[in-house]
Design a protein around this ligand. Structure first.
Ligand code: CP
Length: 333
């Protein structure tokens, strides 16, 4: 298995992985603008659909949720999305499973497949774990966040949130849809799979991404992740250029060895009312959660009129419904 907490490496956009089940989503690199559009359109269709009709979509299909890291939003939304289409779900977490006794991810996956699981949703602290699981089981695997690598369903729900605010219809989505849009992603970029997936996805649709943060949380190499991504150390300058601002929490659980003056950090990088009102009064404020109030964002901003944080959670349910339906039905819309 790949190393835990490996640093982000230079990335190249690879083609979809033919050895995986085509319903898998392990990386946003597997998303062409056409596939992104089809997921968003399907999310719209399923959201608008009569609940009784929707409830027949995945009747008695079996979904395993394999969560080896804590989660509130992702786990609950995948589970509720599956249940809204009448799939049966089972949750396996590290503390209550044979992973604790040393069983490998591959053997866990094969066991779940033997028990009838038809799709596995995996959150893991290990970068690359969903690739291993998809290859070793042949089942559709949906990456629910792997270490410091990727969080593709989060990037899709963030995209749906942005499109709604920009008034862009899913059916019209193409590689130029976000031309002229600048998105600042500010905070702990180094440890963030959300930053990585967004920075890989948004430029495929024409957006420009600014990574913003201090050097310990944002090494220079991060700008090489792909086209359309640059680094800005000064948050105020970055805010002036951006229509969308995505704040990230500092991932204390992954900091290991990095030291940070938190008071200085707040002074320079906190999204607070005064700063947002002065520099980005019309920007949409986003955050994947969990938010740490008073650290990267104040309550005034998190609960304020520019905040899309609660909406993002709703879009997560819609996107994950579409991903599950595609994974289990093979249908695109
Ligand atoms: N955004 C996100 O992944 O949140 P959870 O860790 O609560 O799932």
């Amino acid at each position: 298995m790949a190393q835990k907490n490996t640093a982000p490496a230079r990335s190249t956009r690879a083609s979809t992985q033919p050895e995986f089940h085509p319903g898998s989503l392990v990386s946003v690199r597997d998303l062409t603008p056409e596939r992104t559009r089809s997921i968003l359109q399907l999310a719209d269709t399923l959201e608008a659909e009569d609940t009784f009709k929707r409830a027949k979509r995945l009747l008695k299909r079996r979904v395993a949720l394999l969560f080896y890291e804590s989660s509130t939003r992702t786990r609950t939304s995948f589970e509720l999305a599956a249940k809204s289409m009448s799939a049966d779900t089972t949750l396996v977490s590290s503390l209550s499973s044979s992973i604790e006794k040393g069983e490998s991810l591959k053997d866990t996956g094969i066991t779940l497949r033997s028990l009838g699981a038809e799709c596995i949703i995996l959150r893991s602290p290990f970068s690359g774990a969903p690739y291993l699981l998809a290859k070793s089981t042949g089942l559709p695997v949906l990456n629910a966040g792997d270490g410091m690598h990727e969080h593709p369903s989060q990037a899709l729900l963030d995209l749906r949130t942005m499109l709604r605010h920009l008034g862009i219809k899913s059916a019209k989505l193409n590689e130029n849809s976000l031309k002229g849009l600048t998105v600042t992603i500010c905070g702990d970029i180094f440890h963030s799979r959300v930053a990585r997936s967004n920075a890989l996805l948004l430029p495929t649709l024409g957006a420009r991404v600014i990574f913003c943060g201090p050097t310990p949380l944002l090494p220079e190499v991060a700008a090489t992740i792909g086209p359309g991504v640059s680094i800005e150390r000064d948050f105020d300058s970055s805010l002036k250029q951006s229509q969308i601002v995505m704040m990230l929490r500092i991932q204390a659980e992954r900091l290991a060895g990095l030291s940070l003056d938190l008071e200085d950090y707040k002074l320079r990088y906190q999204a607070n009312g005064e700063r947002i009102a002065a520099l980005a009064p019309n920007a949409l404020i986003m955050h994947p959660g969990p938010i740490i109030r008073g650290m990267e964002i104040t309550s005034e901003v998190a609960d304020g009129p520019q905040s899309a944080i609660a909406e993002q959670v709703h879009h997560g349910l819609c996107i994950r419904r579409a991903l599950l339906f595609q994974a289990l039905s093979g249908e695109r819309a």
